[in-house]
Write a protein that binds this ligand. Structure first.
Ligand SMILES: Cc1cc2nc3c(=O)[nH]c(=O)nc-3n(C[C@H](O)[C@H](O)[C@H](O)COP(=O)(O)OP(=O)(O)OC[C@H]3O[C@@H](n4cnc5c(N)ncnc54)[C@H](O)[C@@H]3O)c2cc1C
Length: 450
């Protein structure tokens, strides 16, 4: 399914779901729709629908992940949560005009909305990089807040989970509303849709972790590849193999108090089909720093795989561009390509940009593939200061270098390009690729943050 079609599908869900709910309420009574009291109902119902959709989108439901990819789902979750909040506030303001006296039912609604508002504010200020981050003066304020209020990401995520009790308050608020209680059908529809969203959440937060706990993995080896890069190998119980596509990631929760029990996303750097699974981790903060002391045999819960950052089975010309630790998805993709029947002719180029030679931990492996993969070409770029004994020259991936690489292929239109690296790197590479004639629809970007 094309990206445009997928977006249309999601847009349809955003429009059809609240429309169906509103139609049910106004059926046979549309003449009153534009009365401001009815508008309050309209915003209330829309907010409720969006709130429940937002819980479903965040539940890491595999069929949705396979269709949209985890990163897209997080974007949709953020958009729909914001819309739910805006509609909820409009509903509350309009209702207050007619019924300023607080009731048990209205207090529940305001409490739910208040919790939801604080979760969204904290998320936008401290957890996410959103388009607001680029608008002055918010850019300055948000940069200041992120720097001065340092709260661990896992704690922020725990706080984020308050949306669930907020939704429960809102379900009770909606079920107790007079227009809902008017007919059994409305009460059932509101109750069932709310319950379905809660079940998604319970499945995501309780049932799946329980299954992952029972099928846990063990750390078999921790190797220090460089002063700040670790290679962690894990094996499943009874030699179970983790089923993934090269390029996918999973959430890892190490059951060791020293690691803090929070779950973190890492790309699986080992190819599919091998006995033990590996991740390659760069020390970028509190949690990744603690992994240095990870002991053999530590239990680990793995939730995944997720993501769509992999080439289609039959794709021919592949251009991979990695920045720093962004090489990890390509290690498993290349491993998978090595073991799969190949369409002919195929060209594969990989460009890897690192700051220092010591960060080029996979150089030997990538070079060794030259003799094994037909049409394969690897180039390493060193952007930092080179050591005196370095055998790599200082160089960076710019437009002309990328053009040179694209010209190796028969035509830019046939190239499927994959980019994974820091945010600015990804943006620059995307720009260069488009300039060289690679179609936007053929460029896949993986960013190591949501
Ligand atoms: C899809 C994906 C694949 C990744 N693959 C790799 C990989 O192969 N190798 C690697 O070294 N790193 C990878 N990362 C990045 C890795 O998840 C973060 O570096 C790590 O979680 C940072 O945690 P920290 O506490 O050490 O750093 P912090 O300083 O706490 O966090 C740094 C940043 O990492 C992100 N982050 C932190 N915790 C989480 C979390 N629990 N969930 C989501 N994002 C979080 C946030 O954007 C945060 O701002 C990947 C990230 C994503 C989203």
């Amino acid at each position: 399914m094309t990206t445009v079609l997928k977006r249309m599908l999601m847009l349809a869900a955003f429009v059809v779901y609240p429309l169906a709910a509103v139609s049910m309420f106004f059926y046979g009574n549309w003449y009153s729709f534009f009365h401001s009291y009815s508008l309050a109902m309209f915003f209330g119902l829309t907010s409720y629908c969006y709130f429940s959709l937002s819980l479903v989108l965040s539940a890491r439901w595999k069929p949705l992940d396979r269709l949209f990819g985890h990163d897209r789902l997080i974007v949709y979750h953020a958009i729909i949560s914001t819309l739910a909040l805006v509609c909820g506030v409009l509903h509350a303001v309009l209702k207050f005009v007619y019924f300023p006296e607080p009731t048990f039912q209205s207090i529940l609604g305001v409490a739910g909305l208040g919790i939801f508002l604080s979760v969204i504010l904290i998320t936008v200020i401290l957890m996410l990089t959103t388009p607001v981050d680029r608008i002055w003066p918010f850019s300055l304020l948000l940069a200041w807040a992120k720097k001065s209020i340092h709260i661990d990401y896992t704690r922020l995520k725990t706080f984020h989970n308050l949306t669930a009790p907020a939704f429960v308050l809102i379900i009770i608020h909606v079920i107790l509303a007079y227009p809902v209680q008017e007919t059994a059908g409305r009460t059932a529809a509101v109750g069932i849709s709310g319950l379905a969203a809660v079940l998604f959440y319970v499945y995501h937060k309780l049932f799946r972790p329980l299954v992952n706990y029972l099928a846990d993995y063990r750390v078999t080896e921790v190797t220090h590849l460089s002063p700040n890069i670790l290679h962690i190998e894990l094996s499943g119980r009874k030699n179970t193999q983790f089923k993934h596509r090269g390029g996918q990631f999973a959430f890892f929760r190490f059951l060791d108090p020293a690691c803090g029990f929070g779950e973190h996303p890492f790309t699986i750097s080992s190819p599919p089909g091998v006995k033990n699974l590996t991740i390659t981790v760069k020390n970028l903060g509190d949690f990744t720093a603690r992994l240095r002391d990870l002991k053999q045999n530590t239990r680990c819960m793995i939730d995944g795989p997720y993501g769509l950052f992999y080439p289609e089975q039959n794709s021919s010309d592949l251009l991979f561009i990695a920045g720093g630790i962004g090489i990890t998805p390509f290690l498993s993709i290349l491993g998978e390509l090595l073991n799969s029947p190949r369409p002919t002719p195929r060209k594969i180029s990989i460009l890897w940009s690192v700051r220092h030679q010591e960060e080029a931990f996979a150089l030997e492996y990538l070079e060794s593939l030259s003799g094994q993969l037909e049409g394969y070409h690897v180039s390493i770029f060193l952007t930092g200061k080179t050591a005196l004994d370095s055998d790599l020259a200082r160089n960076r991936i710019d437009y002309s270098r990328l053009k040179e690489e694209v010209d190796r292929f028969t035509s830019p239109e046939d190239i499927k390009a994959f980019v994974c690296g820091p945010e600015n790197f990804n943006k620059a590479m995307q720009q260069y690729l488009k300039q060289t004639g690679v179609a936007q629809k053929n460029i896949k970007i993986e960013s190591f943050s949501f």
